[in-house]
Design a protein around this ligand. Structure first.
Ligand code: CP
Length: 310
């Protein structure tokens, strides 16, 4: 297997090969060992400086990248759009070029606009890691999701995964579809037809509108958050009705003849797409996903940094 990624940036899962994903996971296995040691740090990125640019809110991704960078001994600077000169009208490219002038080597960016990371990669001279761009892609989330399935079930190949809920507004869904398919998993989406994009079947993904049928079919259910902040119109009559049809409960899980793995990228709307008892049950690997996020992001940063000419 190649010891280098085929890409110079991580802009989306679409641009990765299956070998890239395997390389990231094998590297993350080593970093997972590191972060479970008493001394959770290695000197791998000691002379690398990374800027985390967050133009949109984040808890998990922002802290996970920052911890990954610090555990690799990188120097880290954090930028939040709310308190920056973006508010005075500075362009994205000017903002990033000014940050790069301070000898920054890599940029991790979350942005509300789909394509923002690709645009940046074409207009500045730095390694770019997409930490989520609008409803487009969230590659490190999909990588940590697949890594967590691999950890729990032994492999991703041949597994049946249903992605439930607000697929229309979800960058997590699109990146997961690409990642799972590249590794040989079967993917279905489930939700109200108003929240399923019309193009989804062209990606080789089947649609199931009945949650119970989807759960009977799958090995893994990835429950998505209803993204009310991205919904400009009403896609279902009320949250209560959405929950009645698509909320995952202990009652439904107990009615299945088998155990399934329950995932959620967070943040969770407890009592909407998933009940508290399911989120905190033995079916759930939600906190494993968060733990694995640090190791997977360490792997991505380490592999991209190894391609920087110094
Ligand atoms: N899963 C995820 O992207 O969470 P944050 O928005 O908190 O980063």
């Amino acid at each position: 297997m190649s010891k280098q990624l085929s890409v110079n940036h991580l802009l989306g899962i679409k641009g990765l090969t299956r070998e890239d994903i395997e390389l990231i996971f094998n590297t993350a296995d080593n970093f997972k060992d590191v972060i479970n040691r008493p001394i959770k740090k290695v000197p791998s990125l000691r002379d690398i400086t990374i800027a985390n640019l967050f133009f949109e809110n984040s808890t998990r991704t922002k802290l996970s990248f920052e911890l990954a960078e610090k555990r690799l001994s990188a120097d880290v600077v954090n930028f939040s759009a709310a308190s920056s000169s973006v508010k005075k009208g500075e362009t994205l490219v000017d903002t990033v070029n000014n940050i790069l002038a301070m000898k920054v080597d890599m940029v991790v960016m979350r942005h509300p606009n789909p394509g923002a990371a690709v645009y940046l990669s074409k207009n500045v001279d730095s390694r770019i890691v997409n930490a989520g761009d609008g409803a487009h892609e969230h590659p490190t989330q999909a990588l940590l999701d697949s890594f967590s399935i691999r950890e729990k079930l032994g492999s991703v190949e041949g597994k049946k995964v249903v992605i439930v809920g607000d697929v229309l507004h979800s960058r997590v869904a699109l990146s997961n579809i690409f990642a799972l398919q590249k590794q040989g998993a079967e993917v279905k989406v489930c939700g109200p037809t108003t929240l399923i994009p019309k193009y989804i079947e062209s990606l080789g993904v089947k649609v199931e509108t009945d949650l119970r049928k989807a759960l009977v079919w799958c090995d893994v259910a990835n429950m998505l958050r209803i993204q009310l902040e991205r919904q400009d119109i009403k896609y279902f009559p009320s949250l209560r009705e959405y929950t009645m049809q698509y909320g995952l409960t202990t009652e439904i899980l107990n009615s299945l003849d088998k155990e399934i793995v329950v995932m959620h990228p967070g943040p969770i709307n407890r009592g909407v797409e998933i009940t508290t008892d399911v989120a905190d049950s033995d079916h759930s690997i939600i906190l494993n996903q968060v733990e694995n996020g640090v190791a997977v992001r360490m792997a991505v940063l380490y592999l991209l940094a190894s391609k920087i000419e110094r």
